[in-house]
Design a protein around this ligand. Structure first.
Ligand code: AMP
Ligand code: MG
Length: 307
């Protein structure tokens, strides 16, 4: 149920709900974010269900400061320079994920990179401090609707920490630093690209530069082996990922729970990829609710290279 939390008491309540795996809409200087602890895969799956997102795109992870960010990702000199100049603030950096970082694979959609930001809003900072865990937080709107910039705009059935209107009212600027070569402007946003270029002392590559279709802007994780969908039994040489009545070598959810399946999806694909099997097969997953996003991602993985 939607419920308004008001500061200062609301901060501790928000942190307690988050610690229990309940999503909370929190104010940031860009827009209101629908936050959950980034290491809680079930809670992250709940975000997708609440937003009605038809696909698993990676989410931005919000941390309290640079030290917390460096615990999750590998920073080079450029990343440190940008963090020093613009954090806390509306800049998101996509960086190589640190091995063993406490971020659920559903947050990064199975990618070896992670998108990080230190928000400047005092209430976002207060919640991060009280919880002492990173928060995954996409905008707190239903998929396809306007991003909320006031507590009253958040219509999802969650607790909303009221921080008044957002100062920027525009999403963060996303800079990709994970690949070799020039830094890439992945999404224009509240921080002007020129300000980033001034700190880097170099121009940014456009999001689409060297990419043949806009849909390929974001590389998606796909296992190396061929992937067969709608499999009801294992064929020779296959690692079968089960669901519900199809047991498999491992399972997305033995009980047929779609939230559990979403939470486990990328971990199970990685497990199958490293199993040594020549091929991977996945049991049928129903298409309703979170099943739509699960099937979308499986279809992309089966196609070899997601778009
Ligand atoms: P939202 O959370 O709705 O503001 O959207 C997050 C944006 O960050 C999406 O456009 C993602 O494509 C982008 N993003 C998040 N993580 C990554 C990543 N690891 N690599 C590239 N883009 C990312
Ligand atoms: Mg959004």
């Amino acid at each position: 149920m939607r419920r308004l939390l008001t500061p200062p008491e609301g901060v501790a309540k928000a942190a307690a709900l988050l610690a229990a795996g309940q999503p909370v809409a929190i104010p940031t200087e860009t827009v209101y974010g629908l936050a959950v602890p980034a290491d809680d895969a079930r809670a992250v799956a709940e975000i997708y269900r609440l937003k009605g997102r038809p696909a698993f795109n990676p989410l931005i992870v919000h941390v309290a400061d640079l030290a917390a960010a460096e615990a999750l990702a590998l920073f080079d000199a450029r990343a440190r320079a940008l963090a020093a100049a613009f954090w806390p603030g509306p800049l998101t950096l996509v960086l190589p994920r640190r091995e063993g970082a406490g971020v659920a694979s559903l947050v990064t959609a199975g990618l070896p990179t992670v998108a990080l930001r230190v928000p400047a809003h005092p209430l976002a900072q207060a919640v991060l401090e009280a919880l002492a865990r990173p928060l995954a937080a996409p905008s707190a709107n239903s998929s396809g609707r306007l991003s909320p910039t006031r507590a009253g705009h958040v219509t999802l059935p969650v607790a909303v920490l009221d921080g008044g209107p957002c100062a920027a009212g525009l999403e963060s600027t996303i800079i990709g630093l994970a690949a070799a070569g020039r830094a890439r402007l992945l999404r224009p946003g509240a921080l002007p690209a020129e300000a980033v270029e001034a700190v880097l002392g170099a121009g940014l590559a456009g999001a689409g530069e060297g990419v043949s279709a806009p849909g390929q802007l974001l590389q998606h994780y796909a296992p190396r082996q061929p992937l067969r969908l709608e499999a009801v039994e294992r064929r020779p040489g296959e690692w079968l990922i089960g669901f519900g009545p199809v047991a498999g070598d491992s399972t997305l959810s033995a009980s047929g729970d779609l939230a559990e399946a979403a939470a486990r999806l990328f971990d199970e694909l990685h497990r199958a990829e490293t199993s040594g099997a020549e091929r991977i097969a996945v049991a049928p997953v129903p298409g309703e609710g979170l099943g739509a996003a699960i099937n979308d991602r499986l279809a992309r993985a089966a196609a070899g290279r997601g778009a």
